[in-house]
Design a protein around this ligand. Structure first.
Ligand SMILES: N[C@@H](CCC(=O)N[C@@H](CS)C(=O)NCC(=O)O)C(=O)O
Length: 344
């Protein structure tokens, strides 16, 4: 082998080894260390979406997305209350994450390729599988979105919703007139006042807004699902150590549900002989340490926030006013898509 090539190979190999050696350590000195030093998690959430993220009159936030912020705080600080909620509109959310104003986004945000690649974000999971639909006045007597030819449709800017609605009408060779707003309140108000025939958004949001509307029963959500909207948390690109914390906080909740570990049973489950439960709860292995946390990281999540099923039920499911069926958000063992990667 020619000496020049050999030297180059050695140099490349050395650089690769150094990168591998530096990789995990570097990742962990980023957001995780910043968050630990600050003592609170800055979590970007929706400004107010029932079931997902909503402040009450005392400023207490609840919702499925809020619970993910709480889970991360429980894993990092052993205290789910150490969260500063930063309400963000659809348009503001990505700059807030990119600029460092928030450490993570947990805000009904669809994981798309452009956002995950060129927008500087990194999606780390899906905490709610959704799809876009339409809400219309019951008095119109419509049965399907394909009957919306010529309709005026209220839509919010800065969302995937805008593009999907264009695609849907184009693909079905139908016409429509978009009325676009920057804020959700304006969009919904325009629909409620009769300025638009339909309001289009993710199905979960349609149910949430229907509930808030002056006369919920006057509105129907059409059965059509015109897109895939995998909603999930995102972190900044290039911060994989921090991404791991958020990703595994979600998986811990899903795995806990699958293993039957709830906020009520988690203490007694610490004595379980089931190896999967023992690893989840930090009784065996160093799974927390591998992320820069203590090994009871998932115990704290389940104890303080609950498993995924508990969070789903109380926020959006059978135990909530929204009463949304588990559907695609059921565990994979029950015909759904929620699947926690194994802790081992
Ligand atoms: N999942 C879609 C839509 C998410 C979204 O932001 N929806 C709007 C309503 S269509 C919303 O939540 N608005 C609340 C706000 O901007 O304050 C996306 O990621 O683009």
């Amino acid at each position: 082998m020619d000496a020049g090539i050999r030297n180059r190979r050695i140099a490349i190999t050395t650089a690769a080894l150094l990168a591998v050696a530096a990789g995990p350590a570097m990742a962990q000195t980023k957001t995780l260390d910043t968050v630990k030093a600050r003592g609170t998690l800055n979590c970007g959430v929706n400004t107010g979406l029932a079931g997902f993220s909503m402040p009450d009159d005392k400023g207490q936030w609840t919702g499925l997305d809020v619970d993910l912020c709480r889970a991360v705080a429980a894993a990092v600080f052993k205290d789910a209350t150490k969260v500063k909620y930063v309400p963000l509109t659809a348009k503001e959310r990505f700059t807030a994450l990119q600029s460092g104003e928030v450490d993570m986004l947990s805000r009904n945000t669809t994981w798309t390729m452009s956002r995950d690649t060129s927008a500087g974000l990194s999606f780390v999971g899906v905490n709610y599988f959704d799809g876009q639909g339409f809400m219309v006045k019951k008095s119109l007597g419509l049965k399907s979105a394909k009957e919306l030819d010529g309709a005026t449709i209220c839509v919010q800017t800065g969302t995937t919703t805008e593009l999907n609605v264009t695609d849907f009408f184009r693909a079905n060779k139908l016409n429509y007139k978009p009325v676009v707003f920057e804020k959700l309140d304006e969009t919904v108000a325009a629909y409620n006042s009769g300025r638009c025939d339909a309001f289009t958004s993710d199905h979960s949001q349609l149910y949430s807004e229907r509930l808030k509307s002056p006369k919920p029963d006057d509105n129907v959500v059409l059965p059509d699902v015109i897109s895939k909207e995998p909603l999930g948390p995102a972190v900044r690109q290039g911060d994989s150590g921090w991404g791991n914390v958020v990703r595994w906080a979600h998986f811990a909740m899903v795995n806990a549900e699958e293993l039957g570990v709830t906020s009520k049973t988690v203490d007694e489950m610490q004595a379980s002989a089931n190896p999967e439960i023992r690893r989840l709860l930090g009784k065996e292995g160093d799974f927390g340490k591998g992320m820069g946390l203590d090994n009871d990281w998932a115990y704290q999540i389940v104890k303080q926030v609950g498993n995924y099923g508990e969070a789903f039920d109380r926020n959006v499911g059978a135990g909530s006013r929204l009463n949304i069926a588990r559907g695609q958000n059921a565990l994979w063992t029950k015909g759904g898509l929620q699947y926690g990667m194994p802790i081992r």
